[in-house]
Design a binder for this molecule. Structure first.
Ligand code: FRU
Length: 584
């Protein structure tokens, strides 16, 4: 419902086949722009008093309207606003510019309706209210509140116009949407980056100010700084941006942290297929220290979105450093994935302790990317959050009002296995509070070839917890299915110590040929005794309960999976099997 909507509030002027202007008096909060996704982008200059107030790209509707996006014109109240619109000469639709459907459907309104219209929107994962989202950015915690910024297109549900959207939460699960935090400027659109809480006023913007450092994606990729003195609600851009430059073309995604060992700030960013490390005392002036990556791990794509964290090795008194390296493409099942390196860091140089050819992945699904940690997290936690999609098909998944969700938050630690040290990713403890009724509670033993059908639960959001003791060498199958015959087949193979998930028949898989897939994870650290499987309308995240195996995959079933079938080719004791519905 659009309150006080006024259709065709202005007058279009047609100057050529590719150029139009639209003039109106700004007397409402929003101008609602009609979008048609199959169109090419039109470039819009928002002109106020003969100056460009804003410029952005938007797929203005030509034939039909997929949805509307809100352009906030509230700050120009009473003024004349001119949209100077250049249509792309290569757009698919031919026909007279005067007949484009956008002219009749432009509306002003006092509100923008963000009520959910999507059946695939997750219930307990973060999503943007509207528009496209990719990487999480600037994650930090302060005074009881977690802040999540994200790569956002406020003017469409496909990648464009990168800005920092903003959401806040007290429990990492329930998120409240906040106004857009950082918008593009003359230096470029706002790509990925980080926030830190400057407790001791090292940057000079005030004690406890929040400092954002991000990539300005302009003619080159450079790093810029913005500061906030109202706990991350609004940011002021530093007047001496950019603060770090380079002639490397892919030069982005800075991540900053306070290094307690050396009492300095460190910054790590992606530079081509390496990670550059810098030091600073004031967050503004950075000194290059070293690069890591040449010859190490997977290099089948661009290195992006790094992080560097010191983690405890469980069961020892040791700490080691982990360098997180998101890579696209090059992931084990195509497209993007999160690899990491374990080693030591002296404040200047990261040294990997494994052989160069060793590759370690943090999650063995297809939909875990751009994962980074929260700054200043409470109780010394090392909290990780990722983007739950894959660049292979993220722009085509079957949603419209929004596109993409975040993964569940995970606590990171290290564990030793077979002479190597690996990252464990435990589902954050806040998820336990989401458990509602146990819709199934059972214990049983599966014999060879027998199966057990469990749970009829109409909703698409639940957690399955299974304590299992499969016979050595046996295979345990778990099939989630619905009445349409759509299914996801998971197999724990104790012989080759793998866990796999096949989503080839999981529902709508037709939107991109890279979507149907089978993903396979090695099972480390003595096998799986407890499985936790989080299902949320369009995603499945499987964890060995301590996080020594994680697999995140999207699915788009026509109706929720409401049946789980367990099979075993050997004896498998299921000591306890519970399905929890999820609290609203
Ligand atoms: C990773 C990434 C980053 C970049 C951002 C742009 O998904 O490509 O490297 O900063 O997305 O949206």
């Amino acid at each position: 419902m659009m309150i006080n909507a006024q259709t065709s509030p202005g007058v279009p002027l047609f100057l050529s086949d590719n150029h139009a202007m639209y003039r109106l008096t700004a007397d409402a909060t929003y101008l609602l722009l009609p979008i048609e996704e199959k169109e090419e982008n039109a470039n819009v200059n928002l002109v106020v008093s003969n100056e460009t107030a804003q410029t952005f790209n938007v797929k203005l509707a030509v034939d039909h309207i997929d949805y509307f996006v809100p352009l906030d014109i509230s700050r120009y109240k009473g003024k004349q606003v001119l949209l100077d619109i250049g249509f792309n000469a290569n757009r698919r639709t031919t026909g007279d510019i005067k007949d484009y459907s956008c002219w009749k459907e432009l509306k002003t309104a006092s509100t923008f309706d963000t009520a959910n219209r999507e059946k695939f929107r997750p219930q307990y994962h973060h999503t943007p209210d509207w528009g496209w989202m990719n990487d999480p950015n600037g994650l930090f915690y302060k005074d009881g509140v977690y802040h999540l910024y994200f790569q956002h297109n406020p003017y469409g549900s496909q990648w464009e116009n990168m800005s920092w959207g903003h959401s806040t939460s007290r429990d990492l699960i329930h998120w409240e949407h906040q106004p857009e935090a950082i918008m593009p400027d003359a230096l470029g659109t706002i790509f990925s980056g980080c926030c830190v809480v400057d407790k001791n006023n090292t940057a000079g913007f005030g004690a406890n100010s929040v400092i954002a450092i991000y990539t300005s994606a302009g003619r080159s990729q450079t790093q810029s700084l913005a500061y906030s003195t109202d706990d991350g609600r609004t940011f002021t851009k530093y007047d001496r941006n950019p603060i770090i430059t380079s002639n490397v073309p892919d030069f982005r995604d800075p991540h900053v942290f306070w290094n307690e060992d050396t009492k300095q700030w460190n910054l790590i960013l992606a530079a081509g297929q390496e990670m550059n490390i810098y030091t600073s005392d004031n967050l503004k002036d950075w000194t290059y220290a070293s690069s890591f990556g040449h010859g190490y791990g997977n290099h089948d794509g661009v290195w992006e979105c790094p992080d560097l964290v010191k983690l405890p090795v469980r069961g020892t008194n040791e700490y080691k450093w982990v360098l997180i390296c998101n890579i696209n493409p090059g992931g084990p099942f195509g497209g993007n994935a999160t690899q990491y390196f374990v080693g030591q860091f002296d404040g200047h140089k990261f040294t990997c302790e494994s052989k160069p050819e060793v590759t370690k992945w943090m999650d063995y699904g297809k939909d875990h990317y751009a994962a980074i940690t929260f700054d200043n997290a409470p109780e010394g936690r090392n909290l990780l959050l990722g983007w739950m999609s894959n660049w292979q098909y993220a722009n085509n998944v079957p949603t419209k009002q929004y596109r993409s969700a975040n993964t569940l938050p995970r606590d990171m630690y290290l564990f030793n296995d077979g002479g190597e040290t690996y990252v464990g990713v435990e589902p954050a403890k806040e998820l336990l509070a989401l458990r509602d009724r146990a819709v199934v509670k059972a214990s049983f033993t599966l014999g060879s070839k027998t199966f057990k059908q469990l749970f009829k639960n109409p909703t698409g959001a639940y957690e399955i917890v299974a304590d299992i003791a499969p016979a050595t060498g046996s295979k345990l199958g778990l099939v989630l299915s619905n009445s349409k015959g759509e299914k996801v087949t998971m197999t724990y193979n104790t012989a080759d110590k793998t866990f796999s998930m096949d989503r080839a028949k999981s529902g709508d898989t037709t939107f991109n040929e890279a979507f149907p897939a089978m993903t396979v994870a090695p099972v480390k650290g003595g096998g799986i005794k407890r499985l936790r499987i989080f299902v949320d309308n369009s995603s499945i995240e499987v964890f060995e309960a301590d996080g020594r195996m994680a697999m995140t995959n999207l699915v788009f079933p026509a109706e929720p999976y409401n049946t789980l079938t367990l099979t075993s080719d050997g004896r498998c004791k299921v000591n306890s099997f519970t399905v929890y519905s999820i609290k609203k």
